[in-house]
Design a protein around this ligand. Sequence first.
Ligand code: ZN
Ligand code: CA
Ligand code: ZN
Length: 495
Amino acid sequence: MNYLSLPWPWALVFVLSYSSRMVAAVEQSSDQETEPHRRAAARDLTLATEYLRRYYGLQTEPSWRRKRSDSSLGNRLRDMQRFFGLNATGSLDSETLGVMKAPRCGVPDVLDYTDKSGSRWTKRIISYNIGRYTSDIPPATVDRLIDSALNVWGRVSPLTFVRSLSREADIMVDFAAREHGDSYPFDGPLGTLAHAFGPGEGTGGDAHFDDDELWTAGSHGFNLYLVAAHEFGHSLGLGHSTNPESLMYPTYKRQNQHNLLSREDVVKINILYGTRGILPYYYSKTSLSPYYNIWNLVPRYPLLMQDKCNPNLSFDAVTSVGDANMFFKDSYLWIKYDQQCETKEGPVRNFIPKIDSNIDAAYSVPQRSLVYLFKASKFWTMKGSQVRKKPKSIYKFGISKEVERLDAAVHVNDTGHTLLFVKDMYWSYNENRRAMVDSKPRYISEDFPGINASISAAVYKDGFIHFFVGPVVFKYNYVQKQVVSVGKANSWLGC
Ligand code: ZN
Ligand code: CA
Ligand code: ZN
């Protein structure tokens, strides 16, 4: 059966044929005598073959048909080594075998189902229930740990998890050993600890825990809260991460239970479901909020209309504040709301009285309801349409004194980092720590493959960075590090 052609939840198909007994046997194989040594090597090869079949899509012929040098084995082995940050030698060294023996999740590492449709729930209230319990932990404790593990994701997304007393709940949790009715049998103690199915009907979303493991609420055995939080990542549509900091790293690790999610995990769940649904008060257009002012100021100067649909139009700076998008060009400003056709426009000073000339770059930090406007080596902060006092020096950010002006700036809400672009390089500033991530700038083209130019303006919206380069705009997925689409800059103004 070719599992790669099936929807991913059905990919958990292969029986892991090594057991803890076999792992122990392999570890004893340092004996250099020829016959035991050869047997140990054969066992390592069996272990590796099963591992790569199970987690890396290795297609193997039955042993009687297998060629002696199976090149696909080497390639899959290199895939595995790359995934875990090992030297991609394609040979079965002890470090590689060590990773293969580590207890881990049963979901394969290679299926990139972020590309596949149907990998997210289309509702925000998700039901769950616990079917078969383990005898390792009291049921009330299992209930509490499962609830906490779901809320690891609930806290950073608009999703709400509701216990349902039906077997038809979206996420069914079951403890089971060996064969358990889904044709992905467990393997006894160690090896695979649990597996889960991506969003969907039937078994979709369900999470199964190998009841041959010792489950605990503490630090001996396997901590159910940690493993469940990982599995529920799959239940919501996430795949494995190569980042050891990520909760979605495939092997089991003990970690700080108060802060399970890495930035990457939060970004990925937000890309699927958006951020937590309650918007801060200042996003509301109907309340008397600071940003309301921007929208409603009556122009005090006659409008010098600019041709916004000129095909060569480029922007100096773009930023978005709630659902208002601000486009700066020379001393002119357009403001366009997401769901409206009409554009407000005019000299910048009509909207922001203290700014009377062009600006170089702009970004906004929603949590602070502040907009930052850059001009040469100075920057202003603005709340609503009120610019705060005197401008400050851009060197406060930690930028080198050789820099005379920024090209563009963008705040990535999901990481808390602000990227400051200068020619072919950029600095990354941690807004929470108020410090540069690195003291040195990095090359744009290295960290954003596909973007090989200086940036005119940049804005972060709906999980994407939009890079404006002259009259063109690149929509960029910075988790997958690729350009998603290219369009005309002024298409944002309805042209
Ligand atoms: Zn997993
Ligand atoms: Ca197991
Ligand atoms: Zn199962």
